[in-house]
Design a binder for this molecule. Structure first.
Ligand code: ADP
Ligand code: NI
Length: 216
């Protein structure tokens, strides 16, 4: 029953996000799913692996930036969940997790469940390291922002609207979000993995500036 349910979710998510070119494609979803389950197992966390897997698979479905609006995203998720034969409480847990874990310019929402913390950690790890770097430039390019523009300053505080639509660059995004992520993680394993990926990004930025400044 659960395996069948997961299969239906996989098919739905592939159909919805398979062609996404902003870094929210099926492979991102699949990495987040695997990483979330890895953290759960490695840290021996007392959380429900079915909820973790379902929420990880569906975490980008209601995202406002991938939908017409926040309400449209939520409706899409709810309509799909209604087609599965799930208990109401399980459905509510999945909706709760997938609608609260987004970064949105740094706003700190206190996450309610351990499952939410695990999925959020896994999603954030995918924004770090080599893959995180690739995703930042893919997202930035698709949005029409430049790789780097020294005249555009890094923003410290911003509203969700500014975070989504304000003028920035992909290099600035490292300071506005990516380098802050490791300090907001919840689980032991995620913190360990983040440390390595963080250092790799710091190194990347050093090399980037060296080349920018004409170093051979
Ligand atoms: P969240 O919704 O939690 O803020 P996103 O879904 O926006 O996270 O982030 C998805 C990916 O897109 C991440 O790898 C993130 O770094 C990247 N991204 C988001 N906004 C920008 C931006 N303005 N410039 C470059 N990359 C971005
Ligand atoms: Ni994601």
């Amino acid at each position: 029953m659960k395996t069948e349910c997961i299969k239906k979710v996989e098919a739905f998510v592939k159909a919805e996000l398979g062609q996404d070119a902003t870094g929210h494609d099926w492979h991102h979803i699949n990495r987040v799913r695997k990483m979330a389950l890895y953290i759960w197992e490695k840290d021996h966390l007392n959380a429900d692996p079915f909820i973790i897997e379902m929420a990880a698979l569906l975490h980008d479905i209601p995202d406002e930036k991938l939908n017409e609006s926040e309400a449209a995203g939520l409706l899409k998720l709810q309509t799909f969940l209604d087609r599965l034969n799930l208990e109401e409480t399980i459905k509510q847990q999945i909706i709760e997790i997938t609608t609260t874990i987004s970064f949105k310019g740094g706003r700190k929402l206190e996450l309610q469940s351990l499952e939410a913390k695990i999925v959020q950690d896994a999603d954030r790890l995918d924004a770090l390291g080599a893959i995180g770097i690739a995703r930042a430039f893919a997202y930035g390019g698709k949005k029409g922002q430049t790789i780097y523009e020294p005249c555009i300053e890094v923003r410290n505080e911003m509203t969700n609207e500014q975070y989504r639509n304000g003028r920035s660059t992909s290099i600035n995004h490292f300071y506005e979000k990516l380098l802050k992520l490791k300090d907001g993680l919840h689980t032991y394993s995620a913190k360990q993995i983040a440390e390595k990926r963080h250092q790799y990004m710091v190194k990347f930025l050093q090399v980037f500036y060296n080349e920018w400044n004409g170093q051979a």
